[in-house]
Design a protein around this ligand. Sequence first.
Ligand code: F0G
Length: 383
Amino acid sequence: MAFELLFAARFRVRKVESARFPMKGKLVLNVQARVSRQGVIRRYRRWLPEIPDDAIATIGEGETPLIEATGISARVGASLFLKFEGMNPTASFKDRGMTVAMSRAAATGSRACVCASTGNTAASAAAYAARAGMECFVVVPAGKIALGKAVQVLAHGARIVQIEGNFDAALKLSKRIGEELGDVTLVNSVNPDRIEGQKTAAFEVAEALRDPPDAVALPVGNAGNITSYWKGFCEWRGAGHAGSAPRMLGFQAEGASPLVAGHDFESPETVASAIRIGSPASKEGALSAARESGGLIESVTDEEMLAAQEMLAREEGVFCEPASAAGIAGLLKLASEGRGPGGTVVSVLTGHGLKDPDVILGRVQLPDPVPATFEAVAGRMER
Ligand code: F0G
């Protein structure tokens, strides 16, 4: 009996009940294919709000690579690692919080969700809503979200509402829809379940390095991500897994830097459309993360972000979207001013570069074709 139980726990064993089946009553070994990525809810369940098994909507998010950036390390004067969140199922960091928010919404019987977005939240909500069997509405600034993200929303069958207004207006409207229309769950990061899921990235970083790094550099838009990382590192330390927590270094785009200026931006502008936000919802979370960790929130220019994006792609082989390069742009800037953090530093690359093809095509074009001859191809290579 003990052996049977042990066996049943290791493999899935079921009793065949069918009367037509000759092996009736016998135990049949049913070794199921192992799910390669179990998702952040199953992996970090005891750190998260309660979610019943049958409500879990996962696409195998999390367990993203932590890549050593040997080339850029020397430039920033630190041992630099890249947490490549573009390797999540919808190619951005949003999936960690979305699995928790969507699963909890499903568990409470919600049939629809809504979010405002600069693109990535929308793509993630669309995918996880599809997974959870829920309707999804996304409210976005018209013509201002990157092509790849819009395509994802359409592919997953979510409904896009484009507004003649910016992200901040879209968020206000989405909040009101969540409050006034019953049965529609708001899945922006003002929903605390998003922050809970997102904090698992901090656990992964601490586990991979065995200790938390000295500093974490990341882009700041609506400020949910920096709030989540800080919460995660504090909980990790609080549970006795580490004696310290990293300095949080947040970077906004100069044209959309309300946390640096100390006031909201009416018309935020930056090439990094993901963080074109003038009034971050998690302002307080971001400011306390910087203050309590001895970190900072500063800004970088569009040129600095694009240069960092190119450096990551061409020197490290890692392709992220422009906003995601804000952390590296910030670290390069601090190093050039003799203020680099030093030690072990993790920069979070929040989204994949394929999300925003137009930014690259604006800089480099495909060359004209040549005839399919050896001479023509060799000639082009010599040039
Ligand atoms: N990087 C990327 C690629 C993003 O999409 C975002 C936010 C951020 C950084 C900033 O993170 O808002 O938590 O401070 N994108 C949101 C969206 C606003 O709608 O997709 P944050």
